[in-house]
Each structure stands twice: as C-alpha cells, then as structure tokens.
Design a protein around this ligand. Structure first.
Ligand SMILES: N[C@@H](CCC(=O)N[C@@H](CS)C(=O)NCC(=O)O)C(=O)O
Length: 221
C-alpha cells in the first residue's frame, strides 16, 4: 500500500503539486488529507511518516518527504512521458523551471499564499514580489512561445511542470494579478484541465480555515 499524506488542498501548494502528479500517473495511491495547523495533524504525521511537513509519500519500503522527490518516484513507476515530457530538451527545461519554483519565489509564497476558494486584495507590489511575478510570467511566456504548436500547456502536453505552476495560476486569480494575453491563456488552460478542476472542487468543499496573514512578516501587515 502506498499512501500520500497531504495538507489542505485549498492552501497547501506542495501538496497540490504532488497529488496532481500522482493522479496524472494513475497509480493506486491512497490519499490522506490533513488540516495544516493543529497539533493533532503534526502528531498524526509524525506517527505515520516521521515527518511534520506535507506532502509525504509512504511506500512499502521508503518514506519520501519532498514534493519533487515524490514526483520523481512517481515518474519512475509509469511509462516515460506520463509525468515529464518525453523529449529530452523539454524534460531538461521542465526540470529546470520546477527546480527554480522549488528553490525560489520567496516573496510570492509569503505575500500570496495559496487560497483557492477565497479572494484577497492584491498585496503591495514590493520589488521582491514584482520580481517573482515577472519571473513566473517570463517562464510561462518562454515555454509557450517555444511549444505553442505542441499543445496548450508549458511543454505542449500536460506534464509535472504544469502541476508545479498550477498553484501559481490559482494565486494570480486569488490576488487579482493582471496577466498578459499569453500568460492568461496558459493560466486558463491549466485551471481548466480536468485534474485542476477536480482539485479546485475539493478545495471548495473543504471547511478548514487558515488565517494566511499569520505567515506574513510583520512589516507587510
Ligand atoms: N520542500 C517541501 C516543502 C514542504 C512544505 O513546506 N509543506 C508545508 C505545506 S505546503 C507544510 O507542511 N507546512 C507545515 C509545517 O511546516 O509544519 C516540499 O516540496 O515538499
């Protein structure tokens, strides 16, 4: 039995990424969604996985506690092309932009926390936040201009890169960020994908509430 432990799908961007990849792969993986915040969640996670963060994938032989490592494990279980693009150049670029998302965009993450079912005022456009947003749009524009002929997603067909940037598209909606036509078209395509629609519906059905302002630095209040 393989189990994927996740945080609230309305709020947990790393959980969203892992579960989208897991569902796209179509593996038999049990999903356990836990509300982030309560001590009970930490206790449950620690007992089941030895980790206090989500997502965590527990297989019969290993505990994988990072969204990108989970993505790679899933990719190895299915035929090539199902998770990462089949083309080596696309695959290398997809991994590059996913690694960049994973390692950077601190202002975007802290000023525009994922909150799929609510709408918030656009935050103050600090230089750091503006840089992060511009960089996301630059990545999207670059991929779309290269691979437009292959389909509507970053590398034409849907891939893990779209799972990684899906919670960025929801952030732009939640915080009313204006997009250029190319980025808007990509955002529409990724949010309209059946896997995204299913996840967005789940986020709307959740009843747990988290006050996102508690994650922001005092100066941003
Ligand atoms: N680098 C990790 C990040 C995991 C992470 O920060 N998860 C957040 C939720 S999105 C979490 O578990 N927060 C609860 C905590 O830090 O206790 C990954 O990619 O999986």
């Amino acid at each position: 039995m393989t189990t994927l432990y996740l945080g609230n799908l309305n709020y947990s961007s790393w959980s969203i990424r892992a579960v989208l990849v897991a569902r796209a792969a179509g593996l038999d993986i049990k999903e356990v969604v836990l509300p982030l915040g309560p001590q009970e969640t930490v206790d449950t996670l620690m007992e089941a996985t030895g980790q206090h963060r989500v997502p965590v994938l527990v297989t019969d032989s290993v505990v994988i506690h990072d969204s990108m490592a989970i993505t790679e494990w899933i990719a190895e279980q299915v035929e090539p092309g199902k998770v990462w693009p089949l083309d080596p150049d696309k695959r290398a670029l997809a991994r590059s932009i996913c690694a960049e998302m994973h390692a950077s965009f601190i202002d975007l993450r802290s000023d525009m926390g994922v909150d799929i079912r609510h709408r918030h005022a656009t935050p103050t456009m600090t230089p750091g936040l503006k840089w992060d947003i511009d960089r996301v749009l630059e990545i999207w524009d670059m991929c779309r201009s290269r691979y437009q002929a292959d389909g509507p997603f970053l590398f034409g067909e849907w891939s893990a890169a779209d799972a990684v940037f899906m919670p960025v598209a929801t952030r732009f909606q939640t915080y009313g960020i204006d997009l250029n036509p190319v980025s808007q078209a990509y955002s529409d395509a990724i949010l309209d994908h059946p896997l995204s629609k299913e996840l967005i519906a789940q986020a709307h059905a959740e009843t747990w509430e988290i006050d996102l302002t508690r994650f922001r630095p005092k100066s941003a209040d």
